[in-house]
Design a protein around this ligand. Sequence first.
Ligand code: 5GP
Ligand code: 5GP
Length: 221
Amino acid sequence: MKSIYSILLVQFLFVVSSFAKDFDFFYFVQQWPGSYCDSKQSCCYPSTGKPEADFGIHGLWPNYNDGSYPSQCDPTRPFDQSQVSELLRRMQTEWPTLACPSGDGMKFWSHEWEKHGTCSSLDQHSYFQITLDLKNQVNLLQALATAGIEPNGQSYSLKSIKDGIKEGVGYTPYVECNVDTSGNSQLYQIYLCVDRSASTLIECPIFPHGKCGSEIEFPIF
Ligand code: 5GP
Ligand code: 5GP
């Protein structure tokens, strides 16, 4: 009798676990601070000071191959600053918040952890550390500079930006644009894809939707 119950229990657990469909890959998303600031919403520098003129991390987002994505996967694991205390200085320089009013970053990081990180099957410390390490692996500004593309307020073709990143980083990015206060399309975020283990860049299984102009501005920051 006991063994029937344990078989039923195993079957029950199997059915339940197969409902919680795992994700397929990550988007690793970086933002250009000049474009976040040069828009209608405007920006506020973090309380720790003006960020470097470099791409900053937006997040590491679990995604499905069909383009949909899981979010807020575990309300029982809220952001806990003490788990990332060793990483804080790196987070301040490489993952700065630009939203208003000025903050120290905790709100941005807790939002990213709770919305995306809790779906990543990583613990909090690993989620932030792995994302910071990905940023070290990928030097977007250098790849673009090598292709003659610099944040100087000029416009570049979308194709030259994609090709430059493909050449320097090895993978084709998705480029997201926003519009500046005069309505020009500008380079806002760069998406690269990472495998489920969060260690290896891959070609993206699917790109988000959205469009840039064919010529896009790369604003000064
Ligand atoms: P927006 O609507 O501004 O493009 O995106 C708002 C937020 O939704 C993003 O910052 C991100 O948290 C989430 N998001 C948007 N598109 C995607 C996507 O394709 N995959 C994932 N995982 N999250 C997304
Ligand atoms: P997502 O778009 O990832 O869902 O959410 C971004 C959230 O983080 C928004 O609520 C936004 O106000 C906040 N946030 C704080 N700092 C930043 C920042 O530097 N960039 C972006 N894109 N969002 C930020």
